[in-house]
Ligand binder design. Structure first.
Ligand SMILES: Cc1cc2nc3c(=O)[nH]c(=O)nc-3n(C[C@H](O)[C@H](O)[C@H](O)COP(=O)(O)OP(=O)(O)OC[C@H]3O[C@@H](n4cnc5c(N)ncnc54)[C@H](O)[C@@H]3O)c2cc1C
Length: 300
């Protein structure tokens, strides 16, 4: 594919070439559906210099007589692989290099990268791969996902740091991991500002589980209000306080008000529920400019 061109390929077989199955040059785009790239002496597909290769249900197999990679993307090229099978090639299944990227999506089924002679997916300098539920396993010549040298990821809970040995320990793993520079980015915790009883008697609002808890507390409170309750009692039964009128507190209070308004309509309740926003400073949304603050005050 020459520079800047675009092609749609459907159900073709590109096989047994003495070189590559397909080369995409600068800025070219190929949309490939149900094609097969197999038995080529070199790579199955190579995307260079900002090329874009989008493949659905494509098979790339048994390519590379000399350890060539099955699919190579380099220099800002992009691969979108949906339900493809990349198997039995002599080198890596997918190699990304020089700021290339690949997405492994799963709209019709997982992409499988298996039984290749190198790694399944090799992510080189400044490249990245984003994988939906794919099957990248059983590759023979390296790790299934090889990230070099900038980035690699591991899943685990950090339980210990040894500053002298420069190692960290993860939960349920005996081997420690060495580091040169350690960056801790473990997030924040709710600051109760030393207010006695706050932690015990309030619901924090950081995680999805907190949002679920808040919702169920509100629904429980609504369930306790019968439709014939006098309006003044309804408000007493359904007053919620949000402490802190920063962006999160304000946004949350409006969402809570929406939930209550909808529930009142659906359940035909009388009276007015109430959401109080409590702020100790002299401004709401203190991090925002005056214009936004005026807008937020009006909305509240
Ligand atoms: C209700 C709410 C609404 C928000 N809305 C917005 C918004 O609209 N826009 C916006 O820009 N920001 C918003 N924020 C702020 C934003 O979520 C945070 O600023 C951001 O998530 C902080 O990122 P982080 O990486 O520092 O921490 P986090 O996102 O908290 O990530 C920390 C990660 O570290 C992991 N971790 C913790 N301890 C360990 C351990 N021992 N070992 C291994 N992993 C560990 C945690 O599991 C977590 O995945 C909101 C925050 C809240 C609470």
């Amino acid at each position: 594919m020459s520079n800047g061109s675009r092609a749609f390929l459907v159900s073709n077989v590109m096989q047994n070439n003495s070189g590559r199955g397909l080369t995409l040059n600068e800025g070219s785009q190929v949309f490939s559906d149900g094609d097969t790239f197999q038995g080529n002496a070199d790579a199955g597909i190579v995307a260079n210099s900002g090329a874009y290769f989008a493949a659905t249900s494509v098979v790339v197999q048994n390519n590379g007589s000399d350890g060539s990679d099955a699919i190579v993307a380099s220099d800002h090229s992009t691969l979108s692989l949906i339900s493809c099978a990349i198997t039995g090639n002599t080198g890596n299944g997918v190699r990304l290099q020089h700021s290339a990227e690949a997405r492994f999506d799963n709209y019709v089924g997982p992409t499988t990268v298996t039984g290749n002679g190198g790694s399944g997916v090799s992510v080189g300098d400044l490249s990245f791969a984003l994988s939906g539920p794919s099957s990248i396993a059983g590759n023979l010549g390296g790790p299934d996902v090889l990230c070099t040298p900038q980035f690699s990821a591991t899943r685990g809970a950090l339980t210990n740091i040894d500053l002298e040995a420069r190692t960290v320990t993860l939960k349920d793993r005996e081997e420690s991991i060495g580091y040169d520079i350690l960056v801790l980015a473990v997030g924040g915790v709710t600051n109760y500002a030393g207010v006695e009883g706050a932690a015990a008697h309030t619901i924090p609002f950081r995680k999805i589980a907190d949002a679920d808890k808040l919702r169920s507390v509100m629904v429980d409170a609504l369930d306790r209000v019968p439709p014939d309750l006098p309006p003044q009692d309804t408000q007493r039964a359904l007053t919620f306080a949000v402490v802190g009128a920063g962006a999160s507190g304000v946004e949350l209070s409006t969402k809570m008000a929406d939930l209550l308004r909808d529930a009142f309509k659906r359940r035909a309740l009388r009276g007015e529920p109430r959401v109080l926003v409590i702020e100790m400073g002299d401004k709401i949304v203190p991090g925002m400019g005056g214009q936004i603050r005026d807008f937020v005050e009006d909305a509240l």
